[in-house]
Design a protein around this ligand. Structure first.
Ligand code: SIN
Length: 342
């Protein structure tokens, strides 16, 4: 007699995987007054208990426990919350009874939180970040299926070692490369330069690629003892730029500045001059691109040691890495080496 195992029955383990769901808020926990108006609602309102109860099918996938870490719209996240979340994830994963983590989060800054965890989690167990583009009260709310898929992914032993994963709308992406690229559609997340890592079909993950950049247990970032993160400000490049915003960032105590430049890192001359002066005062400046795609290459002046380039990270992910890099060193050469491997 042949025995058929579904993907979630694990031979030799004799139990369902144990998954911890950590809730941070966002639209997945959002509530509106009119189900047909999918952009009119308050994010970060409904508690994780209620969100889990709405998807009883989760109990077929895993033994679930949960905790409400915060309940906020994700445009309110802070570096302190990232530190708290990373510590919590590391603590949970150190428990041998925990097989994986799901984080429910607002989509606006989901990719930044996911990338922060990708660089700071010290475990190979699956960590999956998900959210929703439509509030829980909307027609065709996408949160329940995204949550189901996230638990299925976190419960899958084959998800181990792939770094922090993001799933929305059936897609599986790497926290390094997946980004929000639409204001409101359910398929808002994708990877512009590369393919997705895979897809979930009927709640079963199918993988096709991996990110080869270092993450989780391969990084040098240890945040458990940090009280705060260094201040890194971001400036958006445009023609007719000025030096005053750079000076304001330096005066406010920025240890780093990410400039989201035009094209391949282009800077308005006055802005460029002010940024070079900031570098001379010990501020690390990353010359990123506002295009949303492609590698920023160093210019001849940058090779004299002025600006660091972020490889192909978008400006907000470049900011995450710069905050972490500055916990290790303020040497632009060493920080450049980090952008080249992470
Ligand atoms: C948020 O990021 O909290 C609001 C938007 C969303 O979750 O889709």
């Amino acid at each position: 007699m042949s025995i058929c195992l579904t993907s979630h029955e694990q031979p030799g383990r004799g139990r369902l995987p144990r998954i911890k769901v950590l809730a941070v808020g966002g639209t997945i926990a959002g509530k509106g007054t009119d189900a047909s108006r999918t952009t009119q609602y308050e994010a970060g309102v409904i508690g994780i208990g209620q969100l889990l109860e709405a998807v009883p099918q989760l109990n077929r996938l895993a033994e679930i426990s949960s905790a409400q870490v915060a309940n906020i719209p994700s445009f309110s996240v802070t570096g302190d919350l990232w530190l708290r979340l990373a510590s919590r994830v590391n603590e949970e994963l150190a428990d041998e009874d925990c097989d994986g983590i799901v984080i429910t989060h607002g989509t606006d800054t989901l990719e930044e939180t996911a990338y922060f965890l990708h660089l700071t989690v010290k475990s190979s167990k699956p960590v999956v970040v998900t959210g929703a583009m439509r509030p829980a009260t909307a027609l065709s709310a996408d949160g329940p299926l995204n949550l189901y898929n996230a638990v299925a992914l976190a419960a899958d032993p084959d998800a181990r070692g792939r770094g922090v994963l993001i799933t929305l709308n059936d897609a599986i992406g790497s926290a390094r490369d997946m980004s929000k690229r639409h204001t409101s559609t359910a398929d808002a997340f994708g990877q512009r330069d590369y393919g997705l890592l895979g897809w979930l079909v009927d709640g079963v993950p199918r993988y096709y690629y991996d990110s080869v950049r270092r993450h989780t247990i391969q990084t040098e970032f240890e945040v458990s003892s940090l009280g705060s993160l260094p201040r890194v400000d971001m400036l958006y490049g445009h023609g007719d730029g000025a030096r005053e915003l750079v000076e304001a960032a330096v005066a406010a105590g920025a240890a780093g500045i990410v400039h989201a430049g035009m094209g391949n890192g282009g800077m308005f001359p006055d802005t460029r001059e002010a940024l070079a002066e900031a570098v001379a005062r010990g501020v690390v400046v990353v010359s990123a691109s506002r295009t949303g795609s492609g590698v920023v290459t160093a210019k001849p002046a940058d090779r004299l040691g002025r600006f660091v380039t972020p490889d192909n990270l978008n400006p907000h992910k470049a900011r995450v890495l710069l905050m972490l890099a500055l916990t290790r060193t303020a040497d632009p050469g060493l920080i450049q080496a980090m952008y080249d491997i992470y």
